[in-house]
Design a protein around this ligand. Structure first.
Ligand code: 0A1
Ligand code: ZN
Length: 876
């Protein structure tokens, strides 16, 4: 077999033939679904009669191909490399094809597949070609009419995009529904769902007074888990009208929940399909974090109706055009209706742990890649989250109002078109008059820029000089990087903790300003500054960069207490804790006693005693930096020292502040009925952080508190927090019965069982890996279901660093075994799961060797394009 080849952005050409109208008929059968397609096609003006017609197809059994009613002979077309080529076609014609596909054996979950008793589709990015021959690329937009024929008994519900226009009965217990979607769309937004589903109905009146029917389709047993998603959808619809002036554009909006799904959800026009984990919720089964995630994903998919569907991408290199903008929109929505500073902390923490790691690893790529082998591998944190940070910087640069004018113009000018990242940035430049040429580099350069800031104080002149340099490290295939335009939001705090009026060159800038770093090195001189001022830099994480500044511990404590920026108060805490933990890591490596810096203990004492009106931020400040973030700061990563030092820091905080944590715990007990409101979530978050410290102290009394919380069974957030503490403790007499009881109670609910799997395999104890192997045999586990794989294998390899990185290599071997199996079943998931194995570059030699060994073993297999691309980069 030939090696998979990369495709390049620079090779883009418009399609030779486009489709105006697509008519589809599906005759559903699990093992042999017949798909008839009638495409009304036209030659593209940039092509001539010499241009062949090329259609894509994958795994199709082709039964008929006809042009303008004439069935083609086998000599009149070629099928090779998953392409159907017809050399000569008229300038305008009708193409008819008939194919048979096998949804029941479709374990890749792309195209048409079955999830339990339900037929469903996933067409982004290139799944439609597994359904029928088609110019399956986003710049081909057509109006779709879809007739779905199914069994009246087993598929009473037949759904597709748009509005139902006709339905009726057919012989042999069959029936059909015809759907028409008036909005031209690319094939990746096509959807079909069929099966025995129940519907929850609601409605929404749009700002112009139109009634939209809202339908949420689920299997009967999930009916009691639909309220939250429906409420979230209505909030999102209202928000998009108010914040962006965007109104929904069909009479019907449907959401369907399915159990087998590769990602979170999909924005198919009028018919969003969701992973059940991203839509179903109730207080007994769902944690606060999951409630918030669901709210965000429902909004995200809904927002795509404009940013993605009405205006779509010209080609898949532009993926961040729709994803970066839509993530920015869903982040703004969540921030508006929940704790804004905590939302920012969470998003920034995700960026600077996981996205920075991606940007520093072998699969680093620009937000707009210029080549790829398999586009499915590019649904990454870089495209989504860094893409959103770029849009956020634009919004901050232009100001909210101008940004809104830009987005209005973007939607107006490009409505119904498939466009590029430049088109988005150009309208922003047009409405603001800003020159965004240098800014465009954010899309082209991979790797995380490193900012180094230094200050210099002159007593005589009462001036503080801030010097900032920037440098972006080389990444695979990109050696030299140019300076970026980096907005650095900042302020200065006086020695007394007061905000200082910023004055540069006689110009008063207020107490908070944005410095525009454009050069490799730049300098700013602040006047009228008294001695002892402390800079607060990169407020609100104003740019996705690493920042080095030599704050002393006292300065960090000062920022923790006095910074007006909630984000930087949190960041100061993280940095102060990092210094203390790094010190303990050195002791760990030397086999010495690990003593926690008393200043951190005092800072925490202060946090716990001082009354606060922002419990949500306080809870975040009390969480020590994650092992993943600590690892991100090391040039050589010592897995065991990080784990050991962090653990010891938690224990010493717990020992010193037991009474304080205890009173915070009790003060935040709730008696009200559960609701996922920001206030309740903040209290629970704070209470459960406190409980985790109490338990770390090891007093039997604390474990009893955890057990009592578990048994009180008030809501899943509290139950799960308590269960985790019991299951991760050394007290098997408490952990084991709780795990057993939980497993029995929730055996019927796969989404709760996923939490049960994840809780067990993230145990720090040495038996975690054996538990993974054992649980892989559990009846509730299936390697074919992506949620189960993520809950068991993903949680272990990504959240249990000490055990995944076991020195005997068993963790790596386990992951490689799973990847080899998934490579055959579900290449998309295989290529996601393999990632932890590719992050070996900063580990010790022994582990590097073991990890490379497993990658080599995988390379010896017959690989999917997905896994091939990742393995080749990792071993390059
Ligand atoms: N566009 C979706 C993400 C998505 C991508 C690929 C999928 O299947 C391979 C499914 C969903 C989103 O951004 O939510
Ligand atoms: Zn999206």
């Amino acid at each position: 077999m030939a090696e998979p080849q990369a495709i390049y952005l620079s090779d883009y050409r418009p399609p030779a033939y486009t489709v105006d109208k697509t008519e589809l008929t599906f005759d559903l059968d699990p093992a042999a679904t017949r798909v008839r397609a009638r495409l009304h096609m036209q030659r593209h003006p940039e092509h001539d009669a010499q241009s062949a017609l090329t259609l894509y197809g994958h795994g199709l059994t082709t039964e008929r191909i006809a042009i303008d009613g004439q069935t083609l002979l086998e000599s009149e077309y070629r099928i090779e490399d998953e392409q159907l080529v017809i050399d000569r076609v008229p300038a305008a014609f009708v193409l008819d094809t008939e194919v048979v596909i096998d949804p029941s054996n479709n374990t890749a979950l792309e195209g048409l597949y079955v999830s339990g008793p339900i037929f469903c589709t996933q067409c982004e990015p290139e799944g439609f070609r597994r359904i029928t021959w088609y110019p399956d690329r986003p710049d081909v937009m057509a109006v779709f009419t879809t007739t779905v024929i199914g069994d009246q008994q087993s598929q009473p519900v037949l759904l597709s995009n748009g509005n139902p226009t006709e339905r009726g009965e057919l012989p042999n217990g069959r029936h059909f529904v015809t759907w028409e979607d008036p909005h031209p769309k690319p094939s990746y937004l096509f959807a079909l769902v069929a099966g025995s589903l129940e519907c929850v109905r609601d409605s929404f009146t749009t700002m112009s007074g139109r009634e939209v029917a809202l339908e949420l389709w689920v299997e009967a047993q999930n009916l009691e888990k639909t309220d939250w998603a429906m409420a979230s959808l209505k909030r999102a619809m209202t928000w998009d009208e108010q914040a962006y002036g965007r109104e929904y554009d069909l009479d019907l909006f449907m959401i369907v929940a399915v159990d087998d799904f590769n990602m979170g959800a999909m924005e198919n026009k009028g018919l969003n399909i969701f992973n059940s984990a991203a839509v179903l919720a109730n207080p007994q089964t769902t944690t606060d974090a999951a409630f918030q995630r669901i709210e965000g994903i429902v909004a995200h998919e809904y927002f795509h109706n404009w940013s993605g569907n009405r205006v779509t991408c010209r080609d898949w290199f532009q993926l961040a055009l729709k994803e970066g903008f839509t993530v920015f929109r869903d982040q703004s929505f969540s921030s508006d209706i929940n704790s804004a500073p905590v939302k920012r902390i969470e998003d920034a923490a995700l960026m600077r742990t996981l996205q920075f790691a991606e940007d520093a690893g072998p699969t680093a790529h620009p937000v707009r890649p210029d080549h790829f082998i398999e586009i499915s591998n590019f649904y990454t944190l870089t495209i989504y989250e860094k893409g959103a940070e770029i849009v956020r910087m634009l919004s901050n640069l232009l100001g909210e109002e101008t940004f809104r004018r830009g987005s209005d113009l973007y939607f107006e000018r490009f409505d119904g078109q498939a466009v590029r990242v430049e088109d988005f940035v150009d309208v922003m430049a047009e409405v603001s008059g800003e020159d965004l040429t240098q800014f465009m580099r954010w899309y082209a350069q991979a790797g995380t820029p490193q900012l180094t800031a230094r200050s210099d104080y002159s007593d005589e002149q009462r001036q503080l000089t801030l010097t900032v340099t920037q440098q972006t490290p080389p990444t695979l295939g990109q050696e030299d990087k140019q300076p970026l335009h980096v907005p650095v939001r900042m302020g200065l705090l006086s020695a007394e903790g007061q905000p200082i009026e910023l004055v540069i060159n006689g110009e008063a800038l207020g107490t908070d300003t944005v410095l525009h770093l454009r050069e490799a090195e730049q300098r700013w001189v602040f006047d009228n500054v008294d001695e002892g001022a402390v800079p607060s830099l990169l407020r609100g994480f104003s740019a996705p960069v690493r920042l080095d500044y030599p704050w002393s511990r006292d300065e960090l404590s000062h920022l923790m207490r006095f910074d007006e920026d909630g984000f930087n108060r949190w960041d100061a805490t993280q940095r102060l804790a990092l210094i203390a933990i790094e010190e303990m890591m050195v002791a760990h490596q030397r086999g010495e006693l690990m003593a926690l810096d008393a200043r951190l203990i005092e800072a925490f004492r202060h946090l716990l005693r001082e009354p606060t009106d922002d419990k949500a931020v306080l809870a975040e400040m009390l969480r020590l930096p994650s092992e993943a973030w600590i690892a991100e700061q090391q040039s050589r990563v010592d897995i065991d020292a990080i784990h050991g030092a962090r653990r010891a820091a938690i224990e010493q905080l717990a020992d010193n502040l037991f009474a304080e944590f205890e009173s915070v715990y009790h003060a935040n007990q709730q008696t009200d009925a559960y609701a996922p409101t920001p206030e309740q979530i903040a209290s629970r978050s704070l209470k459960n952080v406190a409980l985790s410290y109490l338990v770390a102290n090891g007093e039997p009394e604390a474990l009893n508190m955890a057990r009592a919380q578990y048994e009180a069974d008030h809501n899943m957030t509290d139950v799960r927090a308590a269960l985790t503490l019991l299951a991760h403790s050394d007290r098997a007499d408490l952990g084991d019965p709780a795990i057993r009881a939980f497993g029995e109670r929730w055996a019927h609910d796969s989404l709760v069982m996923d939490q049960w799997f994840a809780t067990q395999v993230t145990r720090p104890q040495a038996d975690a890996l054996e538990r993974v192997r054992f649980l892989m045999q559990h009846p509730a586990f299936s390697i074919k279901n992506p949620n189960r794989v993520r809950a068991l294998i993903g949680a272990f390899t990504q959240q249990n660093r000490v055990n995944f990185h076991r020195l005997d290599g068993e963790g790596y071997r386990l992951l490689a075994d799973v990847v080899i199996e998934l490579n055959r079943l579900n290449p998309e998931i295989a290529a996601r799961m393999i990632v932890p194995l590719t992050r070996y570059h900063r580990l010790d030699e022994q582990r590097q060797k073991l990890m490379r060994g497993e990658l080599e073993r995988i390379r010896g297999e017959k690989l999917s394009r997905n896994v091939y691309e990742v393995v080749e980069k990792a071993l390059a």
